[in-house]
Each structure stands twice: as C-alpha cells, then as structure tokens.
Design a binder for this molecule. Structure first.
Ligand SMILES: O=C([C@H](O)CO)[C@H](O)[C@H](O)COP(=O)(O)O
Length: 428
C-alpha cells in the first residue's frame, strides 16, 4: 500500500497566520496543504494563490465545498493554483458533472466531501462513476461536537469504491492511526495540528502514527464519564465561551481559593436560613455530585459550615455552591474543599426543614435543574444544561485548544489584538 498522505487543513481566518502555520506543519511532516473553507471565505482565492506561490512543490487543496456552479468554482480554484478542489458530495448531480468537466479541462482533481450525506455508500459509488477522484469521509466540526465520528463513517465505506478515500473530522494521532488501518489513503487534520502551540510537533506525532499505525483497543467509557473527563480538562471561562458567554453564576467567590469542581447538580432550596435541607441533601447526593443551594436571598445567616463540609468530603461530594453565606471559613479552607458562596457570617440558622431537594431552582442568576453539570474554579461557577453537556464540553475543549496557539503567538511577541485581528473583525 502507498504511504498515506497527511493533509493539514488550514481552518483559519488570517492568511499570514495560515502561511506560518502551514510552514510549521510541513516541517512536522504534512504533505498536502488544505486552504480551509473558513480561510477561503475570509480571504478568497488570494489564499489559494498565496499557498501555491509559497509552497510550489506541494499539493494545494482548495476546500471550496462547492454546492452550485460547479464549473465556475472549480475553474476559480484551479486558476488560483489549487491542484485538488473539494465539492459537496450532496450537491446535485448537475453540479458534480459540471465540476468534473471543469476539473478535466483545468487539470485538477476533485475530492467529494460526504458531510451530512444520508447514504454515504451509495453516494460514493455514484460519485466514483461520475468521475470524482477522491471520496472524503468527513464529519464536520459541529457534528463532531454532538458525538459523530469520522471513523464510523470511514468504516461504512470499506470496499465501497476503488478511488482513494480521505478521512477528516477531529482526528488526532490515535484516530489517524486507526483511520489508516481502516484503509484511509489521505488523513486530513485541522484543529489538532493548527491550534496546537507546537504545530510541527503535533504534525510529527500524527505523521508517525499514520506511517506506523498501531492497534489500540477502543476504550469503553460511559457518556457521564466522558463528560466529566472533558469538563475536568477545561476551565469555567472555556465553558462560558463555549456557551456563547452564557451559563455563568454571579457574585460567587471560591472560599478555598485554587480548587476545581466538576459534578452533576443536586439542587436544594432552603428558606429563611434553614440548614436542615442543605445538610439532608448531603445524604441524597452521590460521589462526584455538586450541591447547589438556593438560599432565598438570605445572606445574614449561614446555612452551611465546617461540619457539613466534612460530611460532604466523607461522601466524595465534588463541591458545594450556595447563593448565600457560609461560616467556619478557616476550618473549611484547611480542608481545601470546593465551596463557592456569596459571603461569610458567623451565625447559623435553625434546622427547621424548610425547603426542597432536587427541584428546579434559581441560583446566582442561573436556572439549575437536578443533573445539570456544574463547574467551578477561581474564575467562578458555570451551569451546563444536562442535555447539551457532551456538546458543550467538546466545544470547551476546542476553545482551550484555540487559546493554546494564540498564547504561543503572543509568547513569540505579537499582541492579542494582532493575533485575533480585532480591528478587521469589529462588527460594522
Ligand atoms: O472541513 C473542515 C470543516 O468543515 C471546516 O471547514 C475541516 O477542515 C475538517 O473537519 C478537518 O478539521 P478538524 O475536524 O478540525 O480536524
């Protein structure tokens, strides 16, 4: 079998950054350079021309995602220097036929992107018969965030076509290796190369994984464990960014300073400073849960203190959030327990049993339901709705990755405004 190609997808907005990142990726062993769809939308065919001029010896792939006017768009990309042009596999046959005619006329190859195709096997066969040169088993970035896998799509295509198959969608070294073992001839990687602080090193790791693929048994993981693992890897600000800057609780401080908290909510509504319900909720909560206590606006009485905290720690509870006051702060700090509250007061309330456990509550400006995910760190606390937890956790990981590369470019001497092109992207 021919050595698989590594195609780096430059899904960036800024051409000089894209050129610099392409250089580093080639140093790390990438072969083909993809001018990503976001780059084409931001910079147009100038991006394809620039890559052709800067990298004359490499295949330049223009990810046009052609949906209409097949001939015109293939011609534009070909005349700008692309050697491979990407079209949407789902485009009408009339578009595909025109794209194939233009590709032949201008001496370029066509890659059909299976993103969102209902019957990928049947469509791949049709595309091969129509003259498409490569099939791309691609799961798009938004689809990846809800758990769709490009490896699953690739597996469905086994033996379906004779033309080379590319694979794209969230690949890293381990999944790139698995893709090659499943027959991929071209491995396309975007985020896990271009957003890394060490682009050349990341490309190199993927290069060696595809050149010497290893079999690793897939790790079984429950959906809850996956969400927890992902949320533990990111910060509360990463999550807030992933939620379009929503979900943050207000006016809370981390009583123990530098602690991290991740868990599913057990909610408590307590009334008039009652501390019975919050304490009873400790026995309702399980290991890894977070108690979220709404205290009815009361801040002059503490429904929480050291003994409750100790009890939580014994049960393996991940943390506590109270939109009111706590006491015994010095003892709690000695335990370094994740406790978030508005303030501290010395007086406790009475254990009257007023309130409810595990009902929907309003707490620090957020609605919290039992089972929602709660993440806290020194920046504050965010609430992640349970039905979108996996997606938001995945998106937060992407936010963190994006920051890795930005941080590296700032370390190299550029300003944040320059890296982010703030002036260009101000809303007009
Ligand atoms: O084609 C892509 C996507 O639709 C954005 O344009 C990506 O290049 C492709 O998904 C590869 O990128 P990663 O998924 O980040 O590896």
């Amino acid at each position: 079998m021919e050595k698989p190609y590594l195609q780096v997808a430059l899904d960036l907005l800024d051409l000089p950054r894209a050129v610099a990142i392409a250089e580093e990726a080639l140093q790390g062993g990438a072969d083909w350079i993809e001018v990503g769809t976001p780059l084409i939308k931001s910079e147009g065919m100038a991006a394809v021309r620039a890559m052709r001029e800067r990298f004359p010896g490499h295949e330049i792939v223009a990810d046009m995602k052609v949906a209409d006017t097949g001939a015109l768009e293939v011609e534009m990309a070909a005349k700008s220097g692309a050697s491979i042009v990407c079209i949407l596999a789902d485009a009408d046959d009339a578009v595909i036929a025109e794209a194939v005619r233009a590709a032949r006329k201008y001496g370029v190859r066509l890659m059909a992107d299976l993103i969102n195709v209902a019957d990928p096997v049947a469509r791949s066969r049709e595309l091969e018969a129509m003259g498409v040169d490569y099939i791309n088993a691609h799961v798009g970035i938004d689809q990846q965030m809800i758990g769709k896998s490009s490896l699953d799509l690739l597996a469905r295509l086994a033996g379906a076509v004779q033309i080379p198959i590319a694979v794209a969608g969230g690949l890293d070294a381990a999944t790139a290796s698995a893709a090659v073992q499943s027959g991929a001839a071209i491995v396309i990687v975007g985020g896990n190369i271009i957003r890394s602080a060490d682009v050349a090193g990341s490309a190199e790791r993927i290069r060696s994984a595809i050149d010497r693929p290893e079999s690793r048994p897939p790790q079984a993981e429950s959906p809850d464990a996956a969400v927890r693992r992902l949320l533990e890897a990111v910060s509360a600000p990463n999550i807030s960014d992933a939620m379009h800057r929503k979900g943050a609780m207000t006016n809370l401080v981390s009583i123990c300073g530098r602690v991290k908290m991740v868990g599913r909510a057990v909610t408590v509504r307590t009334i008039a400073g009652d501390w019975a319900k919050p304490v009873e909720a400790i026995d309702v909560a399980g290991e890894g849960d977070v108690l979220v206590v709404s205290s009815d606006g009361v801040t002059n009485v503490a429904p929480w203190g050291e003994l409750a905290t100790l009890s939580c720690r014994n049960r393996g509870i991940a943390g506590v959030v109270i939109d009111g006051a706590v006491r015994d702060v010095d003892d709690i700090r000695a335990m370094a327990f994740p406790l978030f509250a508005r303030t501290a007061v010395p007086n406790a309330g009475e254990p009257k049993g007023l309130g409810e456990i595990n009902t929907e509550i309003a707490c620090c400006g957020q609605e919290v339901r039992p089972g929602d995910w709660i993440v806290g760190d020194e920046s504050g606390v965010v609430v992640v709705p349970r039905e979108r937890a996996y997606e938001i956790a995945r998106r937060a990981v992407e936010v963190k990755k994006t920051e890795e590369r930005i941080r590296e470019e700032i370390r190299r001497g550029r300003s944040l405004a320059e890296v982010m092109e703030l002036l260009k992207w101000e809303k007009r």
